[in-house]
Design a protein around this ligand. Structure first.
Ligand code: PEP
Length: 286
């Protein structure tokens, strides 16, 4: 049976600058401290869809509710924490809602963190874990991320588990070594059965928010390696069934070609999920 296509929209605290301008967070260049070359950027975000606040999120969700979405594509949207309940109350029940983070402990004094139980209590069924911005900027380790994946699954959530290499690692020929290390950390924590609750998002750090999308060959090569890893390290069922989605500058322009690749089972979309064209990405296979 073919794996159901999966498209996640990451409505993060998104700052999309005009082409050739690096993204900044608190005045610092966004990725690894080095300015990004955005000269290939072909996307500008409509002012109405910038940043995740109640008004823009309401518009995006209403747009999605009204759109004709491929029934064979599972759609999950991931707003900033403060807007999870608003999003859940507005979104059509067939659209899933994901938190962008969760803590690894079920309870305790952890000011500012949110628990799996709190997400479940507010009817949130998905969580994004290990996004590169949390790995790179907030220094989350492979082991911490793996513990979060385990806690989330044990608490009844499904997980979009992000992995991917930096530009330096790619240029150093370390892509497969890096994603394997990130996967191995999760494999230490999860049982074989628990992989059924995981969607793996391969997001090369150099492609996120930069307009530099991986080529179809680059994406397929890494996805095939991840699938092989699933077969060797977990089991044949995980190899067949776990969805591996691609993230990094996916747009309505490049999604169709990426979607033709045998091991690309969907997308994790940042900037383009804030635009009406997100619907075209969801419908990339029809
Ligand atoms: C992301 O935020 O995970 C992402 C993939 O962003 P973008 O699509 O803008 O590159």
């Amino acid at each position: 049976m073919p794996r159901q296509f999966f498209v996640g929209g990451n409505f993060k605290m998104y700052v999309q600058h005009p082409p050739a301008t690096p993204r900044y967070l608190n005045g610092l260049p966004f990725h690894n401290g080095s300015p990004l070359d955005l000269s290939t950027q072909d996307r500008t975000i409509d002012q109405n869809y910038r940043n995740g606040v109640a008004e823009s999120i309401t518009n995006i969700v209403k747009n999605l509710n009204a759109a004709k979405l491929d029934p064979n594509t599972e759609v999950v949207i991931s707003p900033p924490t403060l807007y999870l309940t608003l999003t859940r109350s507005l979104a059509d029940p067939k659209i899933g809602v994901a938190a962008q983070n969760v803590f690894d402990k079920p309870n305790g004094a952890f000011t500012g963190e949110i628990s799996v139980e709190q997400l479940k209590d507010t009817k949130i069924d998905w969580v994004v874990i290990g996004h590169s911005e949390r790995r790179v900027i907030l220094k989350e380790t492979d082991e911490f991320i793996a513990r979060k994946v385990k806690s989330a699954i044990e608490g009844g959530l499904s997980v979009i588990f992000c992995i991917g290499e930096t530009l330096e690692e790619r240029e150093g020929g370390k892509t497969i070594e890096v994603v394997t290390r990130q996967l191995n950390a999760a494999a230490k924590e999860l049982s074989k059965e628990q992989w059924a609750k995981v969607v793996i998002a391969y997001e090369p750090v150099w492609a996120i928010g930069t307009g530099k999308v991986a080529t179809t060959e680059q994406a397929q090569e890494v996805h095939a390696a991840i699938r092989e890893w699933l077969g060797k390290t977990i089991d044949a069922q995980a190899q067949d069934n776990v969805r591996i989605i691609y993230g990094g500058s996916v747009s309505e322009k490049n999604c169709r070609e990426l979607a033709t690749q045998p091991d690309v089972d969907g997308f994790l979309v940042g900037g383009a999920s804030l635009k009406p064209a997100f619907v075209d990405i969801i419908n990339a296979r029809i």
